[in-house]
Structures are given as structure tokens and as C-alpha cells.
Design a binder for this molecule. Structure first.
Ligand SMILES: Cc1ncc(COP(=O)(O)O)c(C=O)c1O
Length: 458
């Protein structure tokens, strides 16, 4: 059969609220046009993030009832540890309350002034944690990843030559580790090839620099490798994932993505000394090493989710449903990052609204219009998130791309929800020439996109 259906039945439902265009105008106004400030109840289709928004399975819910809430030595921890170890092969598994807590622990230990952390592209929390430690976060994405319209199989790949140059220039002793984000969230949810992971490892090994994988979407990345990379079509996604991890010395993970859980994360590694330091810090900031900021029931949900995510019927549906939305957007004429990534569609806002300059945030205009027209919540990944003013010249420095992300929660929406999103997108496209830019009227010093207040320009 050609139709790829949702590989599950729906047992429990959550109603969504319909609003009028007039009500949505007022909701937007009250939220200062920041989607993070809109009450979730007022959102019809929530594509703000795929993080922590998955629908859990019956087995995950039953696992939660079985959660062992003992402070020390909980059996849920041992199930979690065994599952993560089987998946990744890493020796030391440290649970954290989410991905950024793993990042915070890691970079508090290895970061600091005078240190450099390369990554294909740092996610915003990763960058923030690197910079908070005093270190510099450097993105070294390969050239194909920088061109939204270019169709290529592995646009998340690291630029290997640039990595070598960075190491030579800064000195291996100043690079405590290199990160590799799979899939590359900020760069469009694009996958990284096995060959690129292997080559990255080869370069790092020469200089004695450890490789850490930001593994949030490891299963989606592994499935892309199965689909697109020579020699992998007959391998199971578990085997592919295991090979990906085999080139790394550790990983950070947000279980809110490819562990199909609503909260959680972990830090894993092979280095005994680093693990001991991490656990000491964990006790101060997260909790005892056998729960690390999570309840026993959360550890159960993560362990079960990490097995379910490797189901290839699920991954086929997952990747195809994102691609379906991307194909429809392309047919309408909306420029998107091509080809569609694993968890989201990224609209090229600069391409869609060329009349709005980057310092007037074209992405924010698209986000606002999707909500106004159809109650769909999305998020800007462009100058709002990463733009800044040069402290010397006052000139606005914008990132290479102005994107709007429509992230698809896992196992939550059906194809008819997606068809509705397409209909709204058609309206947004028709009205694109009338859209206006925005001005920020209030902002926090770091991660400003979460709380910034905007004013629509007239
Ligand atoms: C690539 C990547 N790394 C790290 C994180 C941080 O994870 P968390 O939100 O669980 O702190 C995210 C979250 O969206 C992410 O996408």
C-alpha cells in the first residue's frame, strides 16, 4: 500500500480549543507577539516544539505505575541504565532532568575561559551552557547545510577541513571536546552521515580530543542513514544507532525527543574520571546518581520510549509525515529548508518575506501570521534567537538563515491535522506581501526569544 498510516490506535484523547480570528488577534497582542507567552490552551495546533510533547504509549504509562521511587538504587534506574547502555554502549550513564542539565554538568567540568567547543551547529541551550562556562562555541557546519534550497542527503554534516583548521589554530589542548548534533536541530533538522561521524572521529583521535554526540534525535538520524547512506539499507536502526555511538566518547541526551518521554535526559560517557566529576556535580545540582532529577516513573517511561523509538514502522511514518507537510508547502510555493528534516519543517522566512529586513525579524512575522490565520503555534529560529548588535559599531549581526520552525510532536497529530496546517499555510502565502516586521521592546540578556516582547511595525 502507498499510504503510510499512523502505526498506532488512539486510546486517550485531549480536546483542542477553536478560536476566532478576532480572538487570536487579541491573544497575540496580549502575548506581545511572542509564541512562548501564548497560553497553550489558546493554541489549536501546537508546533512550537517536538520537545516533551510526545504522546506516550500504553506501555510507557503502565511503566510509570511500576516506577520505583526509592531514593537510592531504584530498580527503575537499573532498567533505564541497562536500556541506555544497550543502545549506546557507554559505560557510565547519568540521568538528568533534561538535556540542558547534562550540558550544564559537562561544560561546567570541561569548559571555561580560553576553551573552544566545536559542533556542527550548537543548539541554543548547548551554546548557552558553553558560553556560560566562559568557553567559545563554534559552529562548523559543512557548506551544503548553509543553503536552505539545496537538496542534499546529509546537510547536518560537520565541515571536516574547518574542524582541522580550528584545532590547528586554537590548539588541541584548548579544545576539551567536540560535539556533534544529530540531527542538526538549529540547521533544519538535517541528518549527519555515518561517514561524517567516522571522519570527525578520525580527525579528533589524531589530536586526542573526545567526541560527544548531542543525541536528542539519534533514531531519526539513524533512520535517515538507513534510507540514504550506502551500505546501511539492510541494517536495523538499532545497529546503525549503535555504530553512531561507537565513534563517540560520550553523549548528552534530551529524553524529551527521541525517548518519547515528557521529561528527562542523560549524560553518558566512557571516561571514569569525567563520570566521577559529573556525578559529584549531579548530586549538587540534580540529585543522587540513581535518579538525577527524575522520578523513578520518568526513568521507566524513558527506558520504554528508547525501545519504542527504534520501531521502524514508527520511524517510516515519522519521517514520511514530516516530508508530506514539506512537499505540500513546496507545492504552495513556500520556501523551506530542503529536503525536509526529521522532526520539523523549517520555512525560509527571508525567502518568503524578502521585503522585511532581518533586523525587523521576518521569521517573527511568519510565526505571528500562522497563529493569526489558524491558531498554529511555531517558533522563529533566526535573528530573534541568534541576532545581536555589534558592541563596537552598533551594526546588526544576523545569523546566516531566518527560519521558522514548525516542529511535529511525536505520535500526537494525524494527517488531517497536517492537512489543516497546509490550508493555513496557503492563506499565509497569499497574504505574504502585506506582512509587516517587528521591533523588540523588551528582552533578557540570554536566550531572549523565550521572554522577549515585540511590537508589530506599521
Ligand atoms: C539538539 C538539542 N540539544 C539540546 C536540547 C536541550 O534539551 P532540553 O530541552 O531537554 O534541555 C535540545 C532541545 O530542544 C535540542 O534540540
Amino acid at each position: 500500500m502507498k499510504t503510510i498510516i499512523e502505526p498506532f490506535k488512539i486510546k486517550s484523547i485531549e480536546p483542542i480549543k477553536f478560536t476566532t480570528e478576532h480572538q487570536r488577534e487579541s491573544i497575540l497582542h496580549k502575548a506581545y507577539y511572542n509564541p512562548f507567552l501564548i497560553p497553550a490552551e489558546d493554541v489549536l495546533i501546537d508546533l512550537l516544539t517536538d520537545s516533551g510533547t510526545s504522546a506516550m504509549s500504553a506501555k510507557q504509562w503502565s511503566g510509570m505505575m511500576d516506577g520505583d521511587e526509592s531514593y537510592a538504587g531504584s530498580k527503575s534506574f537499573f532498567r533505564f541504565e541497562k536500556t541506555v547502555r544497550k543502545l549506546t554502549g557507554f559505560k557510565y550513564i547519568i540521568p538528568t532532568h533534561q538535556g540542558r542539565a547534562a550540558e550544564k554538568i559537562l561544560f561546567t567540568i570541561v569548559g571555561g575561559k580560553g576553551k573552544w567547543i566545536p559542533n556542527n551547529t550548537h543548539f541554543d541551550t548547548t551554546r548557552a551552557n558553553v558560553e556560560y562556562s566562559g568557553a567559545e562555541a563554534v559552529d562548523i557546519l559543512n557548506e551544503t547545510g548553509k543553503h536552505p534550497n539545496l537538496v542534499a542527503d546529509f546537510k547536518g554534516n560537520m565541515d571536516i577541513a574547518a574542524l582541522k583548521n580550528l584545532i590547528e589554530e586554537k590548539g588541541a589542548e584548548n579544545i576539551p571536546l567536540c560535539m556533534m548534533t544529530v540531527t542538526n536541530n538549529s540547521g533544519g533538522g538535517q541528518p549527519v552521515s555515518m561517514e561524517n561521524i567516522r571522519q570527525t572521529k578520525k580527525v579528533l583521535q589524531k589530536y586526542g580530543i573526545p567526541l560527544f554526540i548531542d543525541a536528542c534525535r539519534f533514531a531519526e538520524n539513524a533512520y535517515f542513514i538507513k534510507l540514504r547512506e550506502k551500505g546501511y539499507s539492510k541494517k536495523s536502526v538499532r545497529e546503525i544507532a549503535r555504530e553512531m555511538f561507537s565513534y563517540a566518547d560520550g553523549c548528552t541526551m534530551s529524553a524529551k525527543k527521541d525517548a518519547l518521554a515528557n521529561i528527562g535526559g542523560f549524560l553518558a560517557m566512557n571516561d571514569n574520571d569525567l563520570a566521577a566529576k559529573s556525578r559529584n556535580l549531579l548530586i549538587v545540582t540534580e540529585g543522587f546518581p540513581t535518579y538525577g532529577g527524575l522520578a523513578g516513573r520518568d526513568l521507566e517511561a524513558i527506558a520504554q520510549g528508547l525501545d519504542e523509538i527504534l520501531d521502524e514502522d514508527y520511524l517510516r511514518y515519522r519521517i514520511r509525515s514530516v516530508e508530506y507537510l514539506g512537499d505540500k508547502f513546496t507545492a504552495i510555493g513556500i520556501p523551506i529548508v530542503q529536503p525536509p528534516g526529521g522532526h520539523a519543517i523549517y520555512i525560509d522566512a527571508k525567502g518568503l518575506l524578502p521585503h522585511i529586513p532581518t533586523h525587523e525579524y521576518p521569521g517573527q512575522a511568519v510565526v505571528s501570521e500562522f497563529f493569526r490565520v489558524g491558531g498554529i503555534r511555531s517558533v522563529e529560529i533566526g535573528s530573534v534567537m541568534f541576532g545581536k548588535y555589534d558592541s563596537n559599531t552598533g551594526a546588526f549581526i544576523s545569523p546566516p538563515m531566518e527560519l521558522v520552525r514548525l516542529a511535529i510532536p511525536r505520535r500526537v497529530y494525524t494527517q488531517s491535522h497536517m492537512d489543516y496546517v497546509v490550508e493555513v499555510a496557503e492563506e499565509v502565502f497569499k497574504n505574504r506581501k502585506n506582512l509587516k516586521g517587528f521591533k523588540i521592546i523588551e528582552e533578557a540578556p540570554t536566550l531572549r526569544h523565550f521572554t522577549a516582547k515585540f511590537k508589530r511595525l506599521t
